[in-house]
Design a protein around this ligand. Structure first.
Ligand code: PHE
Length: 539
């Protein structure tokens, strides 16, 4: 997956200033400086990109009028651009090819119809109250998405991204049964600690460590890996409860039976479980994470409500974009009829590979730039079970099982915990070649394969009790044709599309450093709204 990584903002920020103080003066100097700035004792938080929404007074004070803007696409970027411009009274119209808003932010519920390119159609049969987030499904606390949820009154709940009781399953390493994350971590941390403590104690790191460093490192490793003392060679034995229990501790003399047998160091390395750990260290994947109560589409719903449904023309597919000396002209088709909309400015938020198919007069460089990003494949299947067996039988309340099977991950629902009712498990959420493989199948075949693969982890019951299911292959979604895009590099093409081309602006997560996150779309929309508004104010 070629997903962009956020890099530090260049230039002088409060954060880089403090980092420099920290580098030269040590933690004490940094803390003192923070105190002087009024920042201590709370820990440093990253600076958010400042944003001031356009206000009606911006116009009344300068004697200028709000412009007319046509927004292409009612995904998160398009809706946000319209919402923010609307705050100052801009005359905004959104053209959306689909009959719904949200773009890739889509929650599937009973009664929904899901049609793929080629015509295959699923009539979603989830029971009342059950749903799957087919697109975005998790939000990190630092993301701008959280700020929009607060502003729009969208209630949030915890999304369980990592769970010690969910599983890791690496079939190619010869595993015949899944391992709980907690067990995998106990063994990997334990053996790594044993090795490092031994090497440290035997002097292998004397070039790097003082005698005090060595003692402190060994005391850390003893706690981190739950290893024995020097007399026992710092051995990892896996005998404390970290691995989990085969008989839980209970009353009276039931002290519990620690899960065994403990695999050897060599077996643990061969299992590859440790290679899974780093995902939850990432800035955008670390717990706590959040989801809107009732489905991710509460966000576009609230945005559309705030914008006003009258300003959103659904079923309207853009067929031509013409930049004019003053303004823009957009042609679109609705119900087989071509209409024209003229405006002062256009904000195009469609995916770049879709825009590249629409005739325009923006020039060969723009066309080449739009054709540069590469769409990437991703897909999911939702399995509604009549019984929450993952909770009742396996003690897994939310979280994700990670595998090397082509299903890649299994997600347990982060709502309705312990309700004893139904629940929708995501039976695969995968990327790249794995997603392509499922995308090429009919829904019935996707379901069959997902159940066959998942049964390797959860056993026969996984095949039983599925009340209904729905699958999405994002490369096969009309007007979208991809999960997200990857830039081969953020070169001249990226820079070009981040600038207005005449009266046409581009916006979307694909023009951000958080591709494949709503955060990227929100930030990109704010950037373009700010630039457009400043231009209108200058006249
Ligand atoms: N945001 C998507 C997710 O949460 C896609 C993604 C995956 C983005 C991994 C970055 C890293 O799964």
């Amino acid at each position: 997956m070629a997903i962009g990584h956020a890099s530090d903002e260049p230039g002088f920020s409060r954060r880089s200033f403090l980092a420099r103080v920290g580098a030269t003066g040590g933690a004490g100097a940094m803390f003192a400086t923070m105190g002087a700035l009024g920042l201590a004792p709370s820990a440093e938080a990253a600076t958010k990109t400042p944003f001031q929404p356009p206000r009606p007074s911006d116009f009344s004070l300068r004697g200028r009028g709000a412009a007319k803007v046509v927004v292409l696409g009612a995904g998160i970027a398009g809706l946000t651009a319209a919402y923010e411009l609307g705050k100052a009274g801009y005359n905004v119209t959104i053209l959306e090819a689909q009959d719904r808003v949200g773009g890739r932010n889509r929650t599937l519920r009973g009664g929904d119809k899901l049609t793929e390119i080629g015509g295959a159609t699923q009539h979603i049969g989830f029971s009342k109250g059950q749903y799957m987030n087919a697109g975005p499904a998790r939000i990190a606390q630092w993301m701008t998405t959280m700020d929009y949820c607060r502003e729009l009154g969208v209630p949030l709940e915890v999304f369980t991204n990592s769970n010690a009781d969910a599983y890791i399953y690496n079939e190619s390493a010869g595993m015949t049964a899944p391992v709980r994350w907690r067990t995998a971590k106990a063994d990997v941390y334990g053996y790594i600690s044993e090795l490092l403590a031994k090497a440290t104690d035997q002097g292998a790191l004397d070039q790097r460590l003082t005698a005090t460093d060595k003692e402190r490192l060994i005391s850390f490793l003893t706690s981190f890996g739950a290893i024995r003392g020097r007399a026992d060679g710092f051995a990892y034995r896996g005998t404390d409860g970290r691995r989990g229990y085969s008989v839980n501790p209970g009353a009276g003399h039931t002290s519990g039976t620690v899960l065994g047998p403990v695999p050897s160091l060599s077996e643990v390395l061969a299992s590859g479980v440790g290679l899974r750990f780093s995902f939850e260290f990432g800035y955008s994947q670390a717990m706590l994470m959040f989801q809107p109560v009732g489905g991710m589409d509460q966000i576009p719903r609230a945005l559309a409500q705030a914008i006003g449904h009258g300003k959103i023309r659904t079923g309207s597919k853009v067929t031509k974009i013409t930049n004019l000396a003053r303004g823009v002209r957009v042609e679109y088709q609705k119900n087989g009829r071509t209409s024209v909309l003229e405006a002062d400015y256009c904000i195009a938020t469609l995916p770049p590979h879709i825009l590249a198919k629409i005739p325009h007069n923006l020039g060969a460089n723009v066309q080449a730039a739009l054709a540069t990003p590469v769409p990437e494949s991703t897909g999911k299947i939702g399995l509604e079970y009549r019984r929450r067996w993952w909770e009742e039988d396996e003690g897994i309340y939310g979280g994700i099982t990670n595998t090397d099977l082509d299903l890649s991950t299994i997600w347990y629902p982060s709502s309705g915990y312990g309700s004893g009712g139904r629940g929708v498990v995501i039976g695969y959420y995968n990327f790249g070649g794995n997603a392509d493989r499922y995308a090429a199948m009919t829904h019935a075949d996707r379901l069959r394969r997902a159940l066959d693969q998942g049964a390797k982890i959860h056993g026969e019951k996984y095949r039983q009790g599925v009340a209904s299911s729905a699958s999405i292959a994002w490369t096969r979604q009309p007007h979208i044709e991809g999960g997200w895009i990857g830039w081969p590099s953020r070169g001249a093409e990226y820079a070009l599309l981040n600038e207005p081309q005449g009266n046409v602006y581009f916006s979307g997560d694909w023009l951000s450093y958080e591709i494949a996150w709503q955060h990227g779309a929100f930030e990109s929309a704010r950037k373009v709204v700010t630039e457009l508004h400043q231009r209108v104010l200058k006249g």
